[in-house]
Design a protein around this ligand. Structure first.
Ligand code: ADP
Ligand code: MG
Length: 527
C-alpha cells in the first residue's frame, strides 16, 4: 500500500446534520463569543415571543430576565416569558430541539424566518454548560400547562426529551416561558441588551416589556393598544420563481392525475397578482399554450417557463398584504416615547418590490429634546420590527443617511437628529443569518432615500418656523431693552410725557412684531 492508498483508506465519508453544521459554525448565526451569545440568546427568545403575540392579534406582555448564576465562570440564565399562542405539546420537542423546524416557513412578514434561532441558543447553552432548555407552555384554551427539558442530539438533529410534565391549567394561562443556562458575559453585553430592549419597545409601542438583569431594570409600558394589521399569508410572485418552486407548486396539486389544471389555471391559482387576462397575455408572449395540462410539462418546459416568467415585465406588483408595517401613527408614538424628542415625524411609503418580493419602507426623523448633537445623524435601524445593532457601517440605511445633504434641510451638524429606518419585507435582504445588516438593493435604497427626504422636508418646515419665531423673539427683546431710553430721550426733546412714547413703542411692538410673528406661525401651520 502506498501512502496515498493509506490516506484514502482512512478517509471517511458522511453527511453533516444541520445541527452539527451550526454547532461548528455558530458565529455565522451570531454566537461567536460569550458577549455576543448572551445578546443573541435574549434576541432570539424575545423575537419569538413578539411573533407569538402580535401576529395573532394579542397585545404582547413580555418578561425578560438575565441572572448571573456563577459570575466567576460567566454562567448566566436567560428567561423570557410571553402571553402568546404557546406551542402544542406534540410540537414543542421539535421546535426547540430540531434545527430548521418551525411554523414560519410562509410567505408573510415575521421576525423569525429560518426555523433556526432558538435552536442556536439551545445548542450554545448545551455546549457551554451542558444544561437543557426548560420550557413551560400552554396554547389558548389548553387544559394543561406542559413543561419540557430538552437537549439536542447534534449528530442526528433530533430533540432529546430529558423530562416532560403536565399540570392543570387552572387559570387558563396561555403563552410560553423559556429558560436557558449558558456561558455569557453579562458585563460585556449589558449595554447592548439594554439598548436592544429599548429599541424593541420603540418599534412595538403596543407591548409591555419588562427587563431585569443584575443592576438593571427596564420597564416599558405600552403607549397604545393599537396593533398593526397582522400579515396575511401570500403567494409567490412570478418574478421570483425558479424551477424548484414550479415543481413544488405542481406537486402540491392532489388530483394531478385525475384532474390536472391547465397552465393558465395553474398560474392564476398559485401566483400572486396573476388574473386570467394577465396569465393569458403572458403565456402568449412566452410562447406557451394556455390550455396545456401541467402534468404534461417536461423539465425543459419548466426551465423555459421559469426563465420567461422572470423576463416578463408586465406582471402587476406583488401585493403588500403579507407585510405588517407599523404605520406613521404608531411609529411616531414609539419614537416620541423612547427618544423624548422635541419634534418627530414619520413617513410610511407605499409598497414597492424587488425581484418579486414586496417591501415597505418606513422612516422617522426625531429632532432635539433629549437627543444629543452629533457630527452624523444618530441612526436606528429596524427590519421586520427587529432592531439591528451590529454592522451599521455595512447597512444600506447608513449609506443613504450619509449621502443626504442635510444642509438643504436646515440641519447643520453637529445636530440633535435621529433617523429611524424600518424595512418590512417577506424577504429582507440581510447580509448574513445573524440578521444585522441589510444589503444595498437599489430599489430599497431608493425608497429609503425618498422616505428620508419626505420626512426631512417636514423637519425643514418645523426648523424654519422655529427660526422665524426666534427672530421675532430677538427683535422683541432688543426693542423692549431700549424702549425706556428712547422714550425718555423723545420726552426730553419734545417736552412731553415719557409715558406717551412708552405706550406708542409698546403698540408698535404689538402690531409690527408680535402680530407678524403670530402670522408667521399661522402660515407655517397652514402649509
Ligand atoms: P423561527 O422563529 O425562525 O421560526 P425558531 O427556532 O426561533 O425559528 O423557532 C421555531 C418555532 O418555534 C417557531 O416557528 C414557532 O413556531 C415556535 N416558537 C418558538 N418560540 C415560541 C414562543 N415563544 N411562542 C410560540 N411559539 C414559539
Ligand atoms: Mg425565532
Amino acid at each position: 500500500m502506498t501512502i496515498l492508498d493509506e490516506i484514502l483508506a482512512l478517509e471517511e465519508y458522511k453527511g453533516l446534520s444541520p445541527a452539527e453544521f451550526f454547532y461548528r459554525n455558530r458565529e455565522i448565526a451570531g454566537f461567536s463569543n460569550p458577549t455576543r451569545a448572551l445578546y443573541q440568546t435574549v434576541r432570539e427568545l424575545v423575537e419569538n415571543s413578539l411573533d407569538a403575540t402580535e401576529m395573532f392579534g394579542i397585545l404582547p406582555d413580555i418578561y425578560v430576565e438575565v441572572e448571573e448564576i456563577n459570575p466567576k465562570e460567566n454562567v448566566v440564565s436567560v428567561r423570557v416569558r410571553d402571553n402568546g399562542i404557546g406551542v402544542p405539546p406534540e410540537e414543542a420537542p421539535n421546535v426547540f430541539g430540531r434545527v430548521f423546524y418551525g411554523s414560519k416557513y410562509k410567505l408573510r412578514q415575521s421576525r423569525g424566518i429560518f426555523g433556526l434561532g432558538v435552536k442556536m441558543a439551545v445548542l450554545y447553552a448545551q455546549m457551554t454548560t451542558g444544561k437543557p432548555c426548560e420550557i413551560r407552555t400552554a396554547t389558548p384554551k389548553s387544559d394543561y400547562i406542559y413543561s419540557f427539558k430538552i437537549l439536542i442530539d447534534i449528530s442526528k438533529n433530533k430533540p432529546i426529551i430529558v423530562s416532560k410534565r403536565k399540570e392543570k391549567n387552572t387559570k387558563r394561562w396561555h403563552g410560553t416561558d423559556v429558560r436557558l443556562i449558558l456561558e455569557g458575559n453579562w458585563s460585556g453585553s449589558k449595554n447592548r441588551i439594554a439598548e436592544y430592549i429599548k429599541r424593541t419597545a420603540m418599534i412595538a409601542p403596543y407591548a409591555n416589556i419588562t427587563f431585569r438583569g443584575p443592576g438593571v431594570e427596564l420597564i416599558f409600558k405600552r403607549v397604545t393598544k393599537k396593533l398593526p394589521e397582522p400579515p396575511e399569508t401570500g403567494k409567490p410572485h412570478p418574478k421570483g420563481v425558479d424551477i424548484e418552486l414550479l415543481k413544488q407548486l405542481i406537486s402540491g396539486f392532489k388530483n394531478l392525475k385525475e384532474d390536472p389544471p391547465t397552465l393558465q389555471e395553474f398560474l392564476v391559482t398559485c401566483f400572486d397578482s396573476v388574473g386570467t387576462i394577465t396569465a393569458r397575455r403572458f403565456l402568449e408572449w412566452a410562447g406557451f399554450d394556455p390550455n396545456v395540462r401541467i402534468d404534461k410539462l417536461r423539465i425543459r418546459d419548466l426551465e423555459k417557463l421559469a426563465r420567461r416568467m422572470k423576463e416578463y415585465n408586465e406582471w402587476r406588483r406583488p401585493r403588500a398584504t403579507p407585510l405588517s408595517p407599523l404605520g406613521e401613527d404608531l411609529l411616531m408614538k414609539g419614537v416620541k416615547e423612547i427618544l423624548k424628542a422635541e419634534f418627530v415625524t414619520a413617513v410610511t411609503r407605499k409598497p414597492a418590490s424587488y425581484g418579486g418580493h414586496p417591501f415597505i419602507v418606513e422612516v422617522a426623523l426625531a429632532w432635539g429634546g433629549e437627543i444629543k448633537p452629533m457630527e452624523r445623524p444618530l441612526l436606528l435601524r429596524f427590519a421586520n420590527k427587529i432592531p439591528l445593532l451590529y454592522d451599521e457601517g455595512a447597512d444600506v440605511s447608513r449609506k443613504v443617511v450619509d449621502n443626504i445633504d442635510w444642509n438643504q434641510y436646515k440641519v447643520k451638524m453637529p445636530a440633535p437628529l435621529a433617523v429611524v429606518t424600518h424595512i418590512c419585507s417577506t424577504k429582507v435582504p440581510f447580509k448574513g443569518v445573524g440578521k444585522e445588516a441589510i444589503a444595498d438593493v437599489p430599489e430599497i435604497e431608493k425608497e429609503i432615500e425618498n422616505a428620508i427626504k419626505e420626512a426631512a422636508r417636514r423637519l425643514r418646515r418645523y426648523l424654519s418656523k422655529k427660526e422665524k419665531e426666534m427672530e421675532v423673539k430677538v427683535k422683541y427683546v432688543t426693542i423692549t431693552k431700549y424702549a425706556d431710553e428712547v422714550a425718555r430721550a423723545l420726552a426730553i426733546i419734545t417736552k412731553r410725557d415719557k409715558e406717551i412714547y412708552l405706550k406708542a413703542i409698546e403698540r408698535l411692538v404689538e402690531t409690527r412684531i408680535l402680530k407678524r410673528g403670530a402670522r408667521i406661525k399661522a402660515r407655517v401651520r397652514r402649509r
